[in-house]
Design a protein around this ligand. Structure first.
Ligand code: ADP
Ligand code: MG
Length: 353
């Protein structure tokens, strides 16, 4: 049973970034305004996320890593109303099957923080009691802390040696992590993000005056050190699709000036960033169709920059897609993509570039 769950968990958590995305989304769901990420060995040795969100109730801790139980999904009808992808109650459970998971949390209104260790979906006894008789003893330990939650993933894939061996380059995992955090920071400009490795701050933004709040555009400007006013134009859509549901989208697309500036550096940056209902995802269809329109219009070499924050009614997004699949499916995909493509064409024909 544990072996099966371990294999399944290894599919949910494929590398440090997949775990990180889950932790970031939980922290954002908890209303955090400050999220710190600490790494050792590109997140393989240690991946710790500290937030200042609402915290986890102490009575929820014992079942935190049991599958599905902690999910915001309390009843089937809630399925229609969850607005984020955080409905599965599967992430922390999966992570506990492939790492050493420690949670420290201080819920709002509590004077104390609580610490708990998890393994294979279960709360572990505190070290001193593991071999003793007091097996039934509560194993959530009160400690001094600060409001918010700290989730620590240690020794990722310690029990999956072949998986572990496939991660040779710390620097590659570190870069992947930085890019994921950059994307989330653009989509959540009200939140301050910090990444450190071995206690040293890593450059999330080009500009040293990091974490300028305000809007996505400021974040893009910091990350890519671009004159965004000259380089990007804004796409905003709020429309009824197929007479049945609302599509909202905010995005930025680069123009010709961007391609000129772009030559200098950022070739390794992700250039097509797509969030659907707050989750960083991929959608091959959307990407290829938008790229096609772009290339027809902007006949310059160099990769374009595109960022989209798409909001669809939750019931339109396929909830059955396994979390491992970055590729997301949604209803009326053709209509949605078509609407976006038409709006981009309109933007171009207005001559904004
Ligand atoms: P899901 O997000 O799908 O519910 P997870 O396994 O990701 O499942 O998380 C389980 C639950 O733990 C969440 O529903 C949430 O209640 C709680 N939780 C996890 N991380 C945090 C956090 N950083 N702050 C507050 N609550 C959290
Ligand atoms: Mg979650």
């Amino acid at each position: 049973e544990n072996t099966i769950r371990q294999i399944a968990a290894g599919e949910v958590v494929q590398r440090p970034t997949s775990a990180l995305k889950e932790l970031l989304e939980n922290s954002l769901d908890a209303g955090s305004t400050q999220i710190k990420i600490h790494l050792k060995k590109g997140g393989m040795k240690l991946l710790r996320v500290i937030d200042n969100g609402c915290g986890i109730k102490v009575e929820d801790l014992p079942i935190l890593c049991e599958r599905f139980t902690t999910s915001k999904l309390r009843s089937f009808s809630d399925l229609q109303s969850v607005s984020t992808f955080g409905f599965r109650g599967e992430a922390l459970s999966s992570i506990s099957f492939v790492s050493h998971l420690t949670v420290i949390t201080q819920p709002r209104g509590s004077q104390l923080a609580y610490r708990a260790h998890f393994k294979d979906g279960k709360l572990l006894k505190p070290r001193s009691q593991q071999n003793g008789q007091s097996q039934e003893e509560a194993s959530v330990v009160p400690i001094a802390g600060i409001p918010g939650t700290q989730i620590e993933i240690g020794d990722l894939f310690y029990n999956q040696p072949s998986r572990l061996r496939s991660f040779k380059k710390t620097s590659e995992e570190t870069n992947r992590i930085l890019n994921v955090v950059r994307c989330y920071s653009i989509n959540n400009p009200q939140v301050a993000f910090v990444v450190t490795q071995n206690e040293k701050a890593l450059p999330l933004f080009k500009n040293k005056k990091t974490n300028q709040f305000g809007n996505s555009l400021k974040r893009i400007a910091e990350i890519y050190s671009l004159d965004v006013k000259k380089c990007l134009f804004k796409l905003q859509i709020n429309t009824l699709i197929n007479n049945s549901f609302r599509l909202k989208l905010e995005g930025y697309i680069s123009n010709l000036n961007y391609c000129k500036e772009e030559k200098e550096a950022h070739s390794k940056m992700p250039h097509f960033i797509l969030f659907i209902n707050k989750r960083l995802v991929q959608n091959y269809q959307m990407k290829t169709q938008i790229m096609k329109v772009y290339k027809e219009r902007v006949k310059t070499k160099g990769k374009p920059f595109m960022f989209f924050n798409l909001i669809l009614p939750p019931e339109c997004v396929d909830v059955n897609v396994h979390p491992t699949k970055k590729e997301v499916k949604f209803l009326h995909e053709a209509f949605v993509i078509d609407t976006i493509v038409k709006n981009i064409q309109k933007l171009f024909s207005n001559g904004l570039e």
